[in-house]
Design a protein around this ligand. Structure first.
Ligand code: 0YR
Ligand code: MG
Length: 370
C-alpha cells in the first residue's frame, strides 16, 4: 500500500450551550484541522488535532501538514508507522522549526491518520491491533458540565444531572475566577449537590500562581477533590513540584505538553500524579505509546486529555495498562462514523476497523472551513 494524496480539512463545530469558558478563554466552536491520507489501495486514513477554532492558527497546522511533511509521505507505505514518525520527526526542517506547537500538532494529525490506515489494513479496531481486550472497562468523566462561564446554579444543576441522570461517576469543573474565594464557593456547592460518592476534579488551566495554589489548594481537602489540574503555568516544573509537596490534593497535568522529555521532567520532579497527554498534541499515537510506557514505569495513572474528542484515545486506553479513565466531552459525537459512546459512565468498546477517527462525509461537507 502506498500514500498517494494528502487531503487537508479544517472543521469548526459548535460547542455546548452557545459557548464555554475556562480560565484562559471563551469559545463558541471547537476546531479540528486535519488530513485525510489517501492510498493506492483505496483505504483512507483520518487524523486531526483540536484547537479553539481560530482559522489563522488552524491554517498554519494544515499548511505544515501539506507543505512541511506532505512531500515526505507521498509514495511511502503508511503501515510503517515507526519509520514514518522518525522520518518526519527527525527531518531537518522539523528539528529547526518544530518539535512543539503547530508542527507537532500537524505531525500528530499525520501519525494518527497512518495508524488509522494501519488498523484498517489489518481489518482490526486499533485497540485489538495493539493487543487490548474488549472487556476492559474505561471510566468516563464529564467536563461538559463544569464551565467557568456557567453561573453557580447552572453549574450545580449540570453537574448533578451528569451524576444522577447520566450515570457519570465523576465530573470536572473549571476554576480560575478573579477571586479564588468564589471558586471555593462553587466547589462547595457542587460537592454538596453531587454527594460524597461521586469524584470531583478541578481544573485551573494554568491560571493560578504558587501562593494562591498553596493557600487555596489546602482547602480542597475538605471537599475530597480527586485532582487539581493545571494549577500553574503549563511548563513550570519547579513550582508544580513545590505545590505537590505543600497540598494533599493530587496534581494532574499534561494536556499542553508536546514531547516525552517534558513528561519525564514533570514525573521525575514529583510534580504530577495524574498524567494527561493528548495524542493530538504530542506527535500522535507513536509517541503516545512511548509516553504511556514511561508513565507506567513510574506506576502513575494516565488519564488522557480530550483533544482528539476521545475517538482514538479510547482505543489507546483500552490497550494500555496505565489507563482506566478518560475525559468525555460530547461536541463531536455527530460527526464520526463510529462516535465514542458512554453507557452508565463507561465507554463502550468500539468495533470498526481503524483508529475511530473516520469522519462522515456529511460533517466534512457541513463544517469544513478550508
Ligand atoms: C476546552 N480539559 C480542558 C479546552 C479543556 C479546555 O475548550 O480549552 O478547557 O480542554 O482543560 O481538561
Ligand atoms: Mg484541562
Amino acid at each position: 500500500m502506498r500514500i498517494t494524496e494528502l487531503q487537508p480539512f479544517i472543521l469548526h463545530v459548535p460547542v455546548t450551550g452557545g459557548g464555554i469558558a475556562d480560565s484562559t478563554h471563551k469559545v463558541t466552536h471547537w476546531g479540528m484541522p486535519g488530513v485525510i491520507i489517501h492510498t493506492d489501495a483505496g483505504l483512507k486514513g483520518y487524523g486531526y488535532c483540536g484547537t479553539h477554532a481560530h482559522l489563522g492558527s488552524d491554517r498554519l497546522i494544515t499548511d505544515a501538514i501539506v507543505n512541511l511533511f506532505g512531500p515526505l509521505l507521498i509514495g511511502e507505505d503508511p503501515r510503517q508507522t515507526q519509520h514514518l514518525f522518525n522520518k518526519l520527526d527527525r527531518h531537518p526542517n522539523n528539528i529547526w522549526i518544530g518539535r512543539a506547537g503547530v508542527t507537532q500538532m500537524a505531525l500528530s494529525a499525520i501519525d494518527i491518520a497512518v495508524w488509522d490506515l494501519k488498523a484498517k489494513a489489518a481489518e482490526q479496531p486499533l485497540w485489538q491491533l495493539l493487543g487490548g481486550s474488549p472487556d476492559k472497562t474505561i471510566i468516563a468523566y464529564n467536563t461538559d458540565c463544569g464551565w467557568l462561564n456557567r453561573d453557580i446554579d447552572q453549574l450545580v444543576d449540570d453537574c448533578r444531572h451528569m451524576i444522577e441522570m447520566e450515570g457519570f461517576p465523576a465530573v470536572k469543573m473549571k476554576i480560575g475566577k478573579p477571586d479564588p474565594n468564589e471558586d471555593l464557593k462553587r466547589i462547595e456547592a457542587v460537592r454538596r449537590a453531587i454527594g460524597d460518592e461521586a469524584k470531583l476534579m478541578v481544573d485551573a488551566n494554568g491560571k493560578w500562581h504558587l501562593a494562591d495554589a498553596i493557600q487555596f489548594g489546602r482547602r480542597f481537602s475538605a471537599f475530597d477533590i480527586t485532582w487539581f489540574e493545571e494549577p500553574l503555568w503549563h511548563d513550570d516544573v519547579n513550582n508544580h513540584a513545590r505545590l505537590a509537596d505543600k497540598i494533599d490534593t493530587p496534581i494532574a497535568l499534561g494536556e499542553l505538553l508536546y514531547n516525552i522529555d517534558a513528561f519525564r521532567h514533570f514525573i521525575e520532579a514529583g510534580a504530577v500524579h495524574y498524567v494527561q497527554p493528548d495524542v493530538m498534541r504530542i506527535g500522535g499515537i507513536t509517541p503516545w505509546l512511548q509516553i504511556a510506557d514511561l508513565v507506567a514505569s513510574h506506576r502513575l495513572p494516565l488519564v488522557p486529555h480530550h483533544g482528539d474528542m476521545m475517538q482514538a484515545q479510547i482505543h489507546l486506553c483500552i490497550a494500555h495498562r496505565a489507563c482506566w479513565m478518560l475525559e468525555f466531552i460530547p461536541w463531536t459525537l455527530d460527526y464520526f462514523v463510529e462516535p465514542a459512546r458512554v453507557e452508565a459512565g463507561r465507554f463502550v468498546t468500539p468495533h470498526l476497523p481503524g483508529a475511530g477517527t473516520t469522519l462522515t462525509d456529511q460533517a466534512l461537507a457541513a463544517y469544513n472551513q478550508l
